[in-house]
Ligand binder design. Structure first.
Ligand code: SAM
Length: 244
């Protein structure tokens, strides 16, 4: 899969994507990342990418033409199924399900805005969707693009050391992840739950499902309201609640 990011700060995206899972996935050819700077598609000697907003008011707005031309160049670099997404606080909230669908694309083009944002005609005419990383405003879309790239890369075959680990993550199945422990067995007066030391895989897996259900109930009851539990999961959640 390839990611193309339209950004005024290409080094920020390339630099941060060099680390961890995203960096390794690029090295192994699982993902390809290219950046496109609208400034390279300007035609004036000052390489102007922004201008004052019509109607007045604070801040600057990213101009249509450099963004449009950068997008055309990015589109030419890809093939197959493509989507153009403008990262925006006004977009649809990003969820694991949305990212899973996007992980099936051949090319995802992410547009990182700056200043007051981009000329609305670019959003209307050139972008397929707007996505938000949450109900707050950050200064530029680069961090949001990096969030998307990292979260999708985790879902691609071969990107994680252990194929199962993405399957067990929070939100994959509408639940939060179960708790994890590692050596030593005792920290102060807190010990690792006995079942995890038992070697009984059926018991461990039952305990983990019970914990996943219980902590979702405790921390994010809204998720449980959206999920239809199996009969077994209903029993495990009741057991968790009865155990206090
Ligand atoms: N004036 C815009 C508004 O209130 O809707 C905010 C512009 S913001 C300062 C600059 C850029 O940061 C946006 O164009 C967008 O690309 C990015 N951005 C800010 N908050 C975001 C969020 N929650 N999710 C995704 N991108 C965001």
């Amino acid at each position: 899969m390839r990611f193309d990011v339209l950004t005024l700060f290409p080094e920020m995206v390339v630099g941060a994507a060099r680390y961890g899972i995203a960096g390794r996935a690029q090295e192994h050819g699982i993902v390809e990342l290219s950046v496109w700077n609208p400034r390279d598609y300007t035609h004036d000697k000052h390489r102007t990418v922004d201008d004052r907003p019509y109607g007045g008011g604070p801040g600057m707005v990213m101009k249509y033409q450099p963004l449009h031309d950068a997008l055309i160049a990015a589109q030419k670099a890809g093939s197959g199924s493509t989507k153009v997404v403008y990262l925006s606080p006004q977009g649809k909230p990003i969820t694991q399900a949305l990212l899973f669908q996007a992980s099936r694309l051949s090319q995802l083009i992410l547009v990182a805005g700056r200043y007051e944002g981009v000329d609305e005609r670019f959003v209307d005419m050139d972008c397929d969707e707007e996505w938000s990383i949450g109900d707050y405003v950050i200064s530029g879309g680069e961090l949001a693009a990096l969030v998307v790239i990292d979260a999708i890369t985790r879902l691609l075959p071969g990107a994680l050391g252990d194929e199962d680990s993405a399957q067990q993550d929070s939100h994959v199945d509408g639940l939060l992840d179960y708790p994890h422990f590692t050596r030593p067995e005792q920290v102060e007066n807190c010990t690792v739950p006995d079942v995890l030391l038992s070697g009984n895989h059926a018991d461990i897996s039952r305990w983990r499902m019970k914990q996943a259900l219980g902590r979702t109930w405790q921390k994010r009851p809204d998720l449980l309201n959206k999920k239809e539990l199996t009969a077994e999961q209903e029993i495990l959640l009741k057991e968790f609640l009865n155990q206090g």
